[in-house]
Design a protein around this ligand. Structure first.
Ligand code: NAD
Ligand code: MG
Length: 361
């Protein structure tokens, strides 16, 4: 079993990574200081696949465990679904020491985490992420939220889990498109922090796309280390944590511009990373071959680097509206080399326009 420690003072917690681990959850909880009442939150796709294994493992180790499933998909990241969880928690008699366990992708993790942060002013929370995106990104860092009709993730909190249990074997049933969307954030972590890891991804792309469990475990562990180290230095996104937004300024605009149904988040971020690399090149921050290295890696993992659905002017107006723009200037995360990024707010609008025109060409 691989273990990554997330060191956040009194909010520190471990991440366990091991194939088959969802079947050991009850055993691990029984060895730690968890009270016997639990509620497992999942969705209508993951619940039927893995809910029984998790609930059985909890019950076999003396825990009272119930499963509540919300409809699969982003629409469940809402207050109505959170209310369904509160109701189930009250009916199941969950008290302040009881544990809410998220079994699912980023939607379930963000939603169940939000419910855990607010039910009885906060109860212990465990993440069991089942998409690659959730395993390498959303389950680490403690951001939990639901969406509002006027925008994504607008209602939320910073709330760290007590434990994250990652089972790479559950990726077996994950649709290929979801795997690739998660790989966009994996590539991002290499680009912002680890040149060798970026090379490893390229060297092992066939095994990764074939979901080789040993290679996936290694990737997940390194990603958790990278994200954890950034979060440890800046838990509440005051500064360094911004580098995790590499590709996201343009990516968010692409998601909004093409309509949220068109792209998975990771696909939009792939296009956004290519755009950010081009922008870096035009600003003289990186070399042409760095731009190409990133582009070729994204293409190797079946990710898009351009969008014909969007228009440059439309993307520009979305970028200007982006919430990170509230203070008046956009903080661009830009590329110096693979493994090294820098933050700039003084990027000329005409260069941004040039890049947006190029990636929507
Ligand atoms: P998701 O949770 O909707 O999962 C994608 C689809 O895969 C769903 O239909 C789900 O039912 C299915 N699925 C999940 N695991 C499966 C498995 N093992 N086998 C078969 N099907 C499976 O989407 P996601 O991409 O995991 O997460 C996206 C969400 O994460 C967004 O709401 C985003 O805002 C959030 N997010 C949060 C953070 C954070 O820091 N909290 C970071 C990134 C993204
Ligand atoms: Mg992202």
């Amino acid at each position: 079993m691989e273990e990554v420690k997330v060191d956040l003072g009194i909010h520190s917690y471990p991440i366990y990574i091991s194939p088959g681990s969802i079947g050991y959850l009850g055993e691990w909880l029984s060895q730690a200081d968890f009270s016997t009442r639990t509620l497992v939150v999942s969705d209508t796709t993951v619940g039927p696949l893995y809910g029984e294994t998790v609930v059985a493992s909890l019950q076999a180790n003396g825990f009272a465990a119930e499963l509540v499933c919300v409809a699969a998909g982003e629409a469940s990241k809402c207050l109505t679904a959170a209310e369904k969880i509160y109701t189930q928690a009250i009916l199941a008699g969950l008290d302040r020491k009881s544990t809410i366990i998220a079994l699912g992708g980023g939607v379930v993790g963000d939603l169940a985490g939000f419910a855990a942060a607010t039910y009885l002013r906060g109860v212990p929370f465990i993440q069991v992420p089942t998409t690659l995106l959730a395993q390498v990104d959303s389950s680490v860092g403690g951001k939990v939220a639901v969406d509002h009709i006027l925008g994504k993730n607008l209602i939320g909190a910073f709330y760290q889990p007590k434990l994250v249990v990652i089972d790479p074997a559950v990726l077996e049933t994950l649709p290929d498109r979801e795997l690739k969307a998660g790989l966009a954030e994996v590539v991002k972590h290499g680009v912002i922090a680890d040149n060798d890891f970026f090379a490893f991804l390229n060297d092992n792309s066939p095994a990764i796309l074939a979901k080789d469990p040993a290679v996936l475990s290694r990737i997940i562990r390194r990603n958790c280390e990278i994200k954890a180290s950034v979060v440890e230095q800046d838990e509440r996104e005051a500064n360094l944590r911004m580098i995790l937004n590499f590709g996201h300024t343009i990516g968010h605009a692409i998601e909004a511009g093409a309509g949220f149904e068109r792209y998975r988040h990771g696909e939009a971020i792939a296009i956004g990373m290519h755009g950010a690399a081009l922008l870096s090149r035009y600003l003289g921050l990186c070399r042409e071959d760095t731009v190409l290295a990133l582009k070729n890696t994204l293409l190797r993992f079946g990710l898009p680097v351009q969008s014909s659905e969007c228009r440059a002017e439309q993307l520009l107006s979305f970028i200007e509206r982006d919430k990170k723009n509230i203070s008046g200037s956009i903080n661009w995360v830009l590329l110096e080399d693979i493994g090294r990024v820098t933050i700039r707010s003084d990027v000329p609008a005409d260069l941004v326009k040039r890049v947006l025109t190029e990636i929507t060409g």
